[in-house]
Design a protein around this ligand. Sequence first.
Ligand SMILES: C[S@@+](CC[C@H](N)C(=O)[O-])C[C@H]1O[C@@H](n2cnc3c(N)ncnc32)[C@H](O)[C@@H]1O
Length: 259
Amino acid sequence: MTQPTPTHHTTRAHSFNSAAAQYAANRPSYPTALLDAIEDLAGHPLTGARVADIGAGTGIATALLHARGADVIAVEPGDGMAEQFRHALPDVPIVRGDGNHLPLADASLDFLTYAQSWHWTDPAHSVPEALRVLRPGGALALWWNTGALDVPWIDAQTDRIQHHFGVDRVVRRNGDAAFAAVADTSGRLDFTHRRVRWSRHVFVDTHLANISSHSIFLVHGEESTAAFLAEERRHLLTAFPDGTIEETYDVELLVAIAP
Ligand SMILES: C[S@@+](CC[C@H](N)C(=O)[O-])C[C@H]1O[C@@H](n2cnc3c(N)ncnc32)[C@H](O)[C@@H]1O
């Protein structure tokens, strides 16, 4: 497994800002069953809870938490993503900041959520920050939509992406039971893991715009990405001649309770 340099990691962490509208329009959301699982593992409801959604991006997860009745505030470091967020969710507060330095008061939250964003933080800082802002008994919930690798076309496409772009350590985590160890190398948090499967039907163009909004594509150069997407379109239209595909996801969820 190749390890990205810190500079490359930072470049990728900020790459989404150049593609915020594409991200908002094409990335998948998360299923209702995920929110049920978060409440179940946390032992308390989201409705009426004080929640901060970190690395909120364009607001895909924040919108679900808000619709569930949570009193939610978003935290996002990126200009482009924050602008898109304000457009999508004008009534939900958003503050600028990141998971390593949370602009939030001590013991002020019932839930701290990271939807596909924890891996951009440095756990040496983000773990103590999470423990600082959560009230005792509050829950830290981290999750990632990952392609279901037991679905043959997804497995084959994942291989093609890894071959073309080099190994992506986030993609390589798919189905990996060692999620908790990766999330907190210090071992200070006691995570419970749950997997929630779901799917959506989309046109090939939406699917291609979805996958190409991932950071590995965004930092790789337009020409190389365009060549990959053209070839990928051919693969997909051979497998799905009517142009509609079913994207199947496993949401990998980790929840830890603050002592
Ligand atoms: C893959 S997007 C996820 C966005 C959103 N949560 C969702 O579910 O669609 C990752 C987000 O993490 C943000 N990010 C980058 N570095 C971060 C950090 N150190 N702490 C928190 N968020 C960060 C990026 O700006 C981006 O909006």
